[in-house]
Design a binder for this molecule. Structure first.
Ligand SMILES: NC(=O)c1ccc[n+]([C@@H]2O[C@H](COP(=O)([O-])OP(=O)(O)OC[C@H]3O[C@@H](n4cnc5c(N)ncnc54)[C@H](O)[C@@H]3O)[C@@H](O)[C@H]2O)c1
Length: 434
């Protein structure tokens, strides 16, 4: 099949590369020429395991093409996925201007039947808005349909997730749209759920809101654990064995970040408000998440007595392991709070340091490895649970530090072992602190 994907980012590029790997001819369009220049040479502008190999392979096979012209993709493709960003506005609403702009461009150049598929995460009723916009601006009167096909991949395992989804959701309004999407997704083994467009849009927002809720739930429990000396890891295990609950997303820590949960939760709260419903539950989820960063800073301050003049090293910057993405990363809030308290902030991250340098400039000192980071540090804060941090030589780390203080924002280490090694150690909800 001939496909166009608009947006060569974390979702769009994975979608384009994976569909081309399945043998489809894919034109991937983006407005950013710098990104495209790299992509045409097989260079992916962000870190996503396995993605660059797919891009290189399918460029060579001449199944994957990059362009900055919508017309080029739309003229040749029956199905057009929109995977542009939908960042939050200051109000919390999703900014849909890029989506609208793309729809407008498609309408101008489409010369026959086209299926526009929302892959970006959008609030419910965006499909209806797109249809209204198309009716108003579609000059050539070619039949253009809209569908929703939300994406559930996770950064860091995007390629794997694309090929192994838990489910595939289509929101469609005609048999033709349904057939086209079914044809595309036929080789996948996952269950396919076909709905109306609004339901498909809601499935995505509701899924992310639910996962955020699970994280905030266990984080709230972790606060109680800290107060009574219980261990939230054990509590989570005990809860998770219940098949009605399940073990995933019950890891207490400094809370969620990234380009999905924070903005999607806010957008869901806002669209609910507009529809006349006060989604109090989700407001509490957000509040608890914000509190976790504050609690981490309080723990750090408590252990160090004062932040002023202290050298604090952050282990990890990306919002989660296996990505270099810093969008809405908890590290950014933590850095700002530590600096406000007068600390000197240093950091090491296996992938996100170029982006951190670009974003934070002289606000942060970057170390070349965790051991350099530990040298003369008054405290280390584990922010991202990269695998290599689990395997650190903690004896060596302790020797290098000025004071052996470690605050574990992801509950990566064993409190008993940390105490035996002589660290002053604090984690999130793991009972009495060493
Ligand atoms: N990142 C994730 O893990 C993830 C997972 C599921 C869904 N989503 C959703 O997918 C959408 C895209 O997210 P992302 O992480 O891929 O963002 P991204 O910033 O990585 O990629 C978006 C791309 O769109 C391009 N773009 C922006 N405006 C454009 C325009 N008018 N025309 C052409 N290209 C344009 C940008 O240059 C960028 O390359 C969002 O709605 C997001 O919520 C993201």
């Amino acid at each position: 099949m001939k496909i166009c994907v608009v947006g060569a980012g974390h979702v769009g590029l994975v979608t384009a590369a994976c569909f081309s790997e399945m043998g489809h001819r894919v034109v991937c369009m983006d407005q950013d020429r710098k990104k495209l220049a790299g992509l045409r040479k097989g260079k992916v502008w962000f870190y996503e395991p396995g993605l660059e190999d797919l891009v290189v392979k399918n460029l060579k096979k001449k199944r994957l093409f990059f362009t900055d012209r919508v017309a080029e993709g739309v003229k040749q493709s029956e199905v057009i996925f929109i995977a542009v960003g939908t960042p939050p506005l200051p109000t919390g609403d999703a900014d849909l201007t890029a989506v609208e702009q793309v729809v407008r461009q498609i309408a101008q150049v489409a010369d026959g039947y086209r299926l526009i598929v929302e892959k970006s995460t959008v609030p419910v009723e965006t499909g209806r808005r797109i249809k209204q916009a198309l009716e108003m601006m579609h000059r050539k009167k070619a039949p253009i349909e809209v569908a929703s096909n939300p994406e559930f991949l996770r950064e860091g395992s995007g390629v794997y997730d694309f090929f192994h989804p838990d489910r595939i959701v289509f929101g469609v309004e005609s048999a033709r749209a349904r057939d086209l999407l079914e044809q595309l997704y036929k080789p996948f083994k996952a269950p396919i759920l076909v709905t109306d467009i609004a339901s498909a849009e809601l499935i995505k927002h509701a899924s992310n809101a639910y996962l955020s809720m699970k994280i905030s739930f266990i984080n709230a429990v972790s606060v109680i654990c800290d107060k009574v000396g219980a261990d939230v890891q054990n509590v989570a295990r005990g809860i998770g064995y219940d098949t009605r609950i399940g073990p995933s997303f019950l890891r207490a820590g400094i809370g969620y970040g990234g380009f999905c949960f924070p903005k999607d939760l806010e957008a869901f709260i806002r669209i609910a408000e507009k529809l006349g419903y006060d989604f109090k539950l989700l407001k509490a989820v957000k509040q608890i998440n914000d509190d976790q960063r504050r609690i981490l800073i309080e723990k750090t301050t408590h252990l160090l007595w004062n932040l002023k003049g202290k050298k604090i090293g952050l282990l990890g910057l990306s919002f989660k392991p296996d990505t270099d993405d810093l969008r809405f990363a908890p590290s950014l809030e933590i850095i700002a709070a530590l600096r406000k308290g007068g600390a000197q902030v240093h950091a090491y991250d296996p992938q996100a340091m170029p982006e951190a340098k670009h974003l934070l400039g002289s606000e942060i000192h970057l170390a070349k490895d965790p051991y350099q980071l530990a040298r003369d540090a008054d405290c280390l804060i584990l922010v991202t649970e990269w695998k290599q941090f689990k395997e650190l030589d903690l004896v060596r780390i302790k020797k290098l530090m000025r004071q052996p203080v470690l605050v574990d924002g992801r509950n990566l280490y064993d409190p008993g072992k940390m105490a035996r090694l002589g660290f002053r150690y604090a984690a999130m909800g793991r009972g009495k602190e060493a």
